[in-house]
Design a binder for this molecule. Structure first.
Ligand code: ZN
Length: 277
């Protein structure tokens, strides 16, 4: 009955209200969204309408994008924007396309080492976000897994955390886990705020990487957070964002310093000004 939501939104170029049954389906799929206060769920629903009006979805390998699929992406992608005021979606206005593959894809990579030798390798991808470019997602993972809540996993939040990290950076600058902070972040000036963020993230990243290494090399207890976060500070930030939004109690118990930092970023007090571009 409401299968045409994405189509109507695209044709009218205006937000189309999300039908109640469709919204309830998405809440049932993602308990961490359903558990939010009613006022936040309504605000999120409004953000989803605007998100769907601004983005274009493409399915590959014959995958037909249904309204349910588009809303599954929108609801998770907009969760980090919940407290950033009316201009929040501008954080995502550097791209339009969202490409969804039915299953994991293999990316052919090449890197040049210090000696100038080019190495080729294949990397299986569940998702990818490029600065100024589209977001790629694999539906099998967007849909979610039974253990996602306990483990604090969300592929969509991961990729959109990369988008937030990349936004407002100079051209060709890589994501580094340090997004642009709102004015008055934790009551600090801009320079002190950035230093606090960068130092805390680096410190937590180093500890996490050590814990992953101890587990992999010496059989120590593996840390709770996804080991993929040990790849780089940018991946650590993305993985930590997933956990922060999906399993806040466990995240706070494991990373109290990051939880306070993320609260200051994702839930800034109204008087400090919203984090808009
Ligand atoms: Zn990543």
């Amino acid at each position: 009955m409401w299968r045409a939501l994405v189509e109507l939104t695209r044709r009218w170029q205006a937000p189309v209200p999300v039908p109640e049954p469709l919204w309830q389906e998405v809440l049932a799929r993602y308990p961490f969204i359903a558990a939010r206060p009613a006022s936040e769920r309504e605000r999120l629903r409004g953000l989803c309408q605007q998100f769907l009006a601004r983005k274009e979805f493409h399915g590959t390998h014959g995958l037909e994008i249904t309204d349910h699929m588009a809303l599954c992406v929108a609801a998770q992608a907009c969760l980090p924007l919940l407290h950033w005021g009316p201009g929040a979606l501008r954080w995502y206005d550097d791209f339009v396309g969202i490409v969804i593959h039915p299953d994991e894809v293999v990316a052919h990579r090449e890197v040049m080492d210090e000696a100038g030798v080019v190495h080729h390798y294949d990397e299986p991808l569940a998702g990818e976000a490029m600065a100024g470019g589209p977001v790629m997602l694999v539906w099998r993972h967007v849909r979610g897994h039974a253990e996602d809540g306990r483990l604090g996993h969300s592929l969509v939040i991961h990729e959109f955390a990369h988008k937030i990290d990349m936004r407002h950076k100079p051209r060709h600058a890589d994501a580094d886990g340090c997004p642009r902070l709102p004015t008055g972040f934790l009551g600090l000036g801009a320079r002190a705020a950035h230093a606090l963020w960068a130092d805390t993230l680096q410190d937590e990243y180093r500890q996490f990487r050590n814990a992953v290494e101890m587990a992999e090399r010496f059989g120590a207890e593996p840390p709770w957070l996804d080991a993929y976060g040990a790849h780089s500070p940018a991946e650590f930030f993305a993985v930590a964002c997933e956990a922060y939004f999906v399993n806040r109690p466990r995240f706070e118990a494991e990373f109290p310093r990051l939880a306070r930092l993320f609260d200051g970023f994702f839930q800034p007090p109204p008087l400090t000004g919203a984090a808009t571009p």
